[in-house]
Write a protein that binds this ligand. Structure first.
Ligand code: SF4
Length: 259
C-alpha cells in the first residue's frame, strides 16, 4: 500500500509526527466539541450547496439553515460574479479531485472549485469563518502549497499562471459579507514545495516500512505547550489530560474541510 498524503496529513505531520501516526495509521480520531461538530456540519452543507448550484440544480429554502445558505450563495454571486460565469472560463470543475504519484507516495487534493481559462487557472476554496487578518499563514499552509503544486504538476499551466483564492463567508450573519484572499504562485515556490514534499515523503516512507513493529513516530519535545491541549496527551503521558479533549476511535478526519 503506497503512502497516501493529503494536505491535512502533511499539516498534522509537521505539527507532530506521533499525532500523524495516531490519526492516520493507528486510526484514532479526535473527539470534536459540539461547536466544532456544528461548524463542520455547516461547512459540509455549504460545500454541498455550492456544488448543487454549480450543477444547475435549484436551491429551495425550507428551513432557517437553507435560508442562510441561500443568503451566502447570493452574497457570493454578488461579490464575485466571475466565479459563476461559465462564459469566462474554458472549464469550471466543482469538487474536483486530483492525484499525483511522487517518490512512491500518492498525493491527493479535492478542489472546491477549479476555474480553467486559456492562460490562467484559479483554485477556489470556500471557508465558513471570518477572513483572517494575515494572509501570510495561508500562503504557508499545506492546503495552499499542495493544491497549487498538484495543479501545476497535472496541467499545462506554468506556476505563474495559477493562483488560489480563499472565500470566507459568515453564514450566521444576516449580511454574510464574503471576503477573499488571493495567493499567487511562482516557479520558485513550486521548486521549494517539491523539495519539502520529497523530504517528508522519504521520512514517512522509512517510518512506514518500520510500522507497526518498529518504534513509534517521534513525539514533540517534553514540556512542549502544544501537548497540553492535544487530545492525545494522556496516551502520550503528557499531562493529566484535564485540559485536552477525549480521544475516541475511528472518527473521520475533519481537517479536509477546515484549515
Ligand atoms: S501529546 Fe504531544 S507528542 Fe503526543 S501526539 Fe499530542 S502533540 Fe504529539
Amino acid at each position: 500500500m503506497p503512502l497516501q498524503l493529503s494536505q491535512s496529513a502533511l499539516a498534522r505531520y509537521d505539527s507532530c509526527a506521533r499525532k500523524f501516526q495516531y490519526t492516520h495509521w493507528d486510526q484514532l480520531g479526535e473527539l470534536m466539541s459540539a461547536d466544532q461538530r456544528s461548524n463542520l456540519e455547516w461547512g459540509s452543507r455549504f460545500h454541498q450547496l455550492m456544488q448543487q448550484r454549480d450543477l444547475g440544480l435549484p436551491v429551495v429554502a425550507h428551513t432557517f439553515e437553507d435560508q442562510s445558505f441561500q443568503r451566502c450563495a447570493m452574497a457570493l454571486v454578488a461579490a464575485a460574479p466571475h466565479l459563476f460565469d461559465s462564459a469566462q472560463w474554458r472549464d469550471r470543475l466543482s469538487e474536483h479531485r486530483r492525484t499525483l504519484a511522487l517518490e512512491g507516495a500518492v498525493l491527493t487534493v479535492i478542489y472546491d472549485l477549479l476555474l480553467l481559462g486559456d492562460r490562467q487557472a484559479e483554485i477556489i476554496d470556500w471557508k465558513t469563518y471570518p477572513r483572517p487578518l494575515q494572509a501570510n499563514h495561508l500562503a504557508h499552509h499545506w492546503q495552499t502549497r499542495l493544491y497549487l503544486f498538484l495543479l501545476a504538476e497535472t496541467s499545462d499551466y506554468t506556476p505563474d499562471q495559477i493562483r488560489m483564492t480563499y472565500w470566507f463567508v459568515q453564514p450566521l450573519l444576516q449580511d454574510p459579507h464574503p471576503q477573499s484572499i488571493t495567493l499567487t504562485y511562482s516557479q520558485g515556490q513550486h521548486d521549494q514545495t517539491r523539495q519539502d514534499l520529497i523530504q517528508r515523503i522519504h521520512q514517512l516512507t522509512d517510518y512506514l516500512a518500520a510500522y507497526p513493529t518498529g518504534p513509534s513516530l517521534p513525539q514533540r519535545p517534553e514540556d512542549d505547550p502544544t501537548c497540553q491541549t492535544c487530545p492525545f496527551a494522556l496516551r502520550c503521558q503528557r499531562g493529566d489530560g484535564t485540559t485536552a479533549p477525549l480521544v475516541v476511535p475511528s472518527l473521520n478526519d475533519i481537517a479536509e474541510v477546515s484549515l
